[in-house]
Every structure is written in C-alpha cells, then in structure tokens.
Write a protein that binds this ligand. Structure first.
Ligand code: ATP
Ligand code: LTN
Length: 329
C-alpha cells in the first residue's frame, strides 16, 4: 500500500482554507493509503510561541483532525516532536542543502519581508523547509496532500531526496505532491487576492472551523465583493465573489456553474445569506465532535499510540540513513 504523509501547524485558527485545502483531502485519502497525519509543533516554534498556548493548540488541531473525519483506526495521528527522528533527519538534510535554494523559498521571503532588522530573522524560518522535507522522507512517503502554497517546499524535498540518492546512496523515496485545484484555493474574505491565512490580523478575513454561527454570518456578510452586482465566476475581474462561489461549491459538492445558474437574476445579498447557512451547517457537526473529544483521555491515547507507530517506522528509516551516510557505530 502506498503511503501518505501530511502536517498542519498547531498555530490556532484552523480555517476553511486549511479544511478544504488539506484536512478534507486527508479524510478521503486514508481509505486508499497507509496514512500519517502529523501536528507539526516543531515548525510552530520557528516563530515565538507561548508554551501554554502551544500545548492547547496541539490538542485543538489533533481534535480537529478527528472531528473532520480522520479515523485513528485507519490513520496514524501524532505530534511531530514526539518522534525525535524528525529533528535528527532535519539536521542531516540541512547538511545536504544549499543556501541558494533555501533563499529562493517564497514562503520564507514573504514571512520575512516586513522585518526591518534582517539580522534578527530567525534561522528556524530559513531552515523550515528542511524539517518539512525530513517529515516527509522519514516515512518513505509516496504522496503529500497540501495546498498549492506548499508546492515549492515539496519540490525542494524531491530535489534533496534525489540529491542524496545520487551523491550518497539510494536512500529515500522521492515523494509526489498532491494539490487541490488552483481554483479551489481559499482566499481571504477581506482581500480575495491573498490566501486565507491563520496569521492575518483581521479575524473577518477567515472563517475558523470553531467559529460560532454569529461570527460566520458577520464574516461572510462583510466579505469583499465588487460593484457589478452580478453573480458570475471570474477570478481575475471578480476575485471576491469567485472566492465565495468556490467555498460554496467545495462545501456542497455542487459545481460552480450550477450555483451560478441558480442565482441568475439574484443579488450578492441573497447568495451570501445562503452561503452563511451552508457554512453554518457544514461546520456544526465538526464543532460537535470537536467538543466531545477535545478534553478526553481518548484523544491523548490516540496521540500516544500514533507516536509509537510513527516512531517504529521512523527508526527503520534512520537506521538506513545513518548506515548510508556512514554515521554512528
Ligand atoms: P499561515 O498563513 O499563518 O502561514 P496557513 O493558514 O497557511 O498558515 P498551515 O498550517 O501553514 O496554515 O497550512 C496547513 C495546510 O492548509 C497546508 O496544507 C496548506 O497548504 C493548506 N492551506 C493553508 N491555507 C490555505 C488556503 N487559503 N487555501 C487552501 N489551502 C490552504
Ligand atoms: N509547511 C506546511 C506544514 C507541514 C507539512 C509537513 C505539510 C510541515 N511538515 C510535511 C506536509 C508534509 C504548511 O505550512 N502548510
């Protein structure tokens, strides 16, 4: 059976973009692949974190994985730092990487663009993609489901795997990225030219999976559209309404064309009202399951069991890696 690996950072505010771009795919893939889904806490500390808050966020994301339908009987769900081989392989890959390729990463450039003192930019932000490559290569992963924003990191992971295979010894499986359709990328509600993001300051730019019905309504009704007043799909000219159409379509499974047809002659207000309802109804069962499991012993047991199973696979890979590199006894 082929293997899938993916990770989400425990940084709070898991939103519709994360859900439609990543989590929803996990649920489908777990039936056809041996699946590992990780809460990547070591990636979260590339920026300062409040330790108490981080712990809570880890459990929030774990509970959300389960609430959206990741099934611990089918998938291994675990916390990255509970398997020490991630850090270990991260270092070995650091030694196989080049300053140039890391400097070209657009996520690094975007996350550091507004830092006035370049000397204070965290080294962890720079080497972030190497830890991500370690996550993936550690499990001989075949397929990595992620949003398109991660494509460059996946390409780097492939380059590193091929480089080691060619210059040291055949060691790693070269993974493939699996991306959601470009059109399905969820954009910010306030500014549809930027992706919906956990870290955006304006809370109405996103819908978090745990938002209450009032907040969902407010954020959608406030969403930026345009002055034409006609509901049609056009990413270039009408990014706001197109984004809302995409969200509607992704949540209901109805093709965008059909939705557009059914709103012929109607205004943005009508459409937004219906989208509020669709969103509230989609998130309701997720919130209910989340509340059931979030503070349970069951959640802790699932994560402990997941870490043990992941660790067993990781150890085997590390044995091979160390042997091939000539490391250790
Ligand atoms: P931030 O914007 O604060 O960097 P994020 O919102 O991108 O964080 P991550 O934890 O980095 O969140 O992403 C988790 C997963 O969700 C990744 O697979 C990522 O590609 C996907 N994802 C994130 N934002 C979107 C989006 N707006 N549309 C589709 N997929 C997304
Ligand atoms: N960088 C990713 C999160 C992430 C990941 C991974 C995704 C860390 N390690 C391994 C897939 C596979 C992000 O920001 N979305």
């Amino acid at each position: 059976m082929k293997r899938v690996f993916s990770g989400v950072q425990p940084t709070g505010n898991i939103h519709l973009g994360n859900y439609l771009g990543a989590l929803k795919q996990f649920v489908d893939l777990q039936n056809d692949y041996e699946s590992l889904f990780c809460i990547v806490d070591l990636h979260a500390i590339t920026v300062p974190q409040d330790p108490k808050k981080l712990k809570e966020n880890i459990l929030d994301v774990a509970a959300l994985y389960l609430a959206v339908g990741v099934d611990p009987k089918k998938s291994i769900v675990f916390v990255q730092s509970d398997v020490s081989a991630h850090s270990e392989l991260g270092w070995i890959l650091t030694c196989s990487s080049h300053m140039g390729e890391l400097s070209r990463m657009t996520q690094f450039k975007a996350k550091t663009a507004n830092t006035s003192n370049k000397d204070s930019i965290g080294t962890g932000l720079f080497s972030y993609p190497l830890l991500m490559a370690a996550d993936i290569l550690l499990y001989d992963t075949d397929v990595v489901p992620v949003g398109v924003d991660q494509k460059q990191h996946i390409e780097l992971t492939r380059d590193l795997a091929i480089r080691v295979n060619n210059t040291v010894k055949k060691t790693f499986v070269v993974p493939e990225g699996r991306y959601i359709k470009e059109g399905a990328r969820v954009m910010g509600l306030d500014d549809p030219t930027k992706k919906m993001s956990k870290s955006a300051e304006n809370q109405h730019s996103r819908i978090s999976l745990l938002d209450d019905d009032n907040k969902i309504k407010k954020s959608i009704m406030k969403a930026t559209t345009d002055s034409e007043g006609i509901i049609r799909f056009d990413i270039e000219e009408k990014p706001g309404i197109s984004n809302l159409l995409n969200i509607y379509s992704a949540l209901t499974g109805e093709p965008v064309e059909d939705i557009v047809k059914s709103y012929d002659g109607k205004g943005y207000g009508d459409f937004k009202k219906d989208l509020v309802e669709v969103t509230q109804n989609s998130l309701k069962p997720i919130k209910e399951r989340f509340n059931e499991i979030r503070h349970s012993q069951e959640l802790i047991d699932i994560l402990k069991d997941g870490a043990e199973r992941a660790d067993a696979i990781a150890r085997k890979t590390m044995k091979r890696v160390k042997e091939n590199f000539g490391l250790g006894l």
